[in-house]
Design a protein around this ligand. Structure first.
Ligand code: GLU
Length: 290
């Protein structure tokens, strides 16, 4: 059997908290128990929110927890050309279209549709794309493109799903409703997702599947908040001919109100806890790891 490859993939847009510690330690422990490799990937595609000092803090906090990783670390911002090439492939397959609306226009469109009936939302509670850029007459589309108007590139999820056929993934952990084993992918619950944003030539969904494949990741172990994203990831993997890892979604650490921890809540930040004299062993105990 080939060596299993695990990864922890934080975004440097804030300081790590107990939820990150849980994910990083589960990955690291599983990699060690399986005699596998453990990789660290910095998901810094959002150039407006990611900061070098947050990245430096990731390395410090993980090292403090006793985690070691392979070098070099893959930083997504160094691979924009790879993501562009993948989007071009999907474009050549006729599965991508430009959309020109601003955020405010999209919000207005959603509000208008909600006057008629409830408008569908994705698992993150964001409204699905309400626009009709997909059916925009080609002359009008050309005119927009020629005028230099900024645009996002979206996946035509319906067409993509037809092209890909039935999809599933192997879940070794569990979904929010206890799903495990073979789980059917439902990428349509995300609507026509953005593949390349106006301000950056990629998106979370696109870069994560490409990187997992490029890095030879065989086991994606991450929080249950990303469970439903896996359906979209399976779709992109099939369209791009990428390898299919196994998935393991783990429990989340919630705050006193039952909400997912946020990077801005200092009470659960690893650096704050460290400065209070808390040890890595205390952290393990607090998050329920032996
Ligand atoms: N970068 C993502 C996050 O910080 C994790 C991506 C993944 O594990 O697939 O939530």
């Amino acid at each position: 059997m080939s060596t299993p490859v695990f990864r922890f993939a934080p975004s440097p847009n804030g300081f790590l908290h107990l939820g990150h510690a849980l994910s990083a330690l589960i990955n690291f422990d599983m990699a060690r128990a399986a005699g596998g490799r453990f990789l660290l990937r910095v998901e810094d595609i959002d150039r407006t929110r990611c900061r070098p000092h947050f990245e430096a803090a990731i390395y410090q906090d993980l090292a403090w927890l006793g985690i070691t990783w392979e070098e070099p670390v893959r930083r997504q911002s160094e691979h924009f050309d790879d993501y562009r090439a993948a989007v071009r492939r999907l474009q050549a397959d006729g599965l991508v279209y430009p959309s020109f609306e601003t955020r405010a226009e999209i919000a207005r469109l959603v509000a208008a549709r909600e006057m008629q009936a409830a408008w569908p939302r994705d698992p993150d509670d964001a409204p699905l794309y309400p626009g009709n850029a997909k059916t925009m007459p080609s002359l009008k589309r050309e005119w927009h493109l020629q005028s230099g108007a900024p645009y996002a590139l979206r996946l035509d999820t319906e067409a993509a799903k037809c092209r890909a056929g039935l999809l599933a993934w192997t879940e070794d952990g569990s979904g929010p409703g206890g799903e495990r084993g073979t789980v059917a992918a439902a990428p349509e619950i995300w609507g026509d997702v953005v593949l390349a944003r106006k301000d950056t030539p990629t998106s979370y969904h696109l870069s994560v599947v490409l990187d997992d494949a490029v890095q030879g990741v065989t086991q994606v172990v991450r929080g249950q908040d990303l469970f439903w994203a896996t359906g979209m990831h399976r779709l992109l993997q099939r369209l791009l001919g990428l390898s299919e890892p196994r998935y393991h979604h783990h429990r989340l650490i919630l705050d006193a109100d039952g909400r997912k921890l946020s990077k801005s809540t200092r009470a659960t930040g690893l650096r704050e806890l460290r400065s209070q004299g808390i040890t890595p062993a205390d952290i393990r105990r607090t998050i329920g790891l032996a």
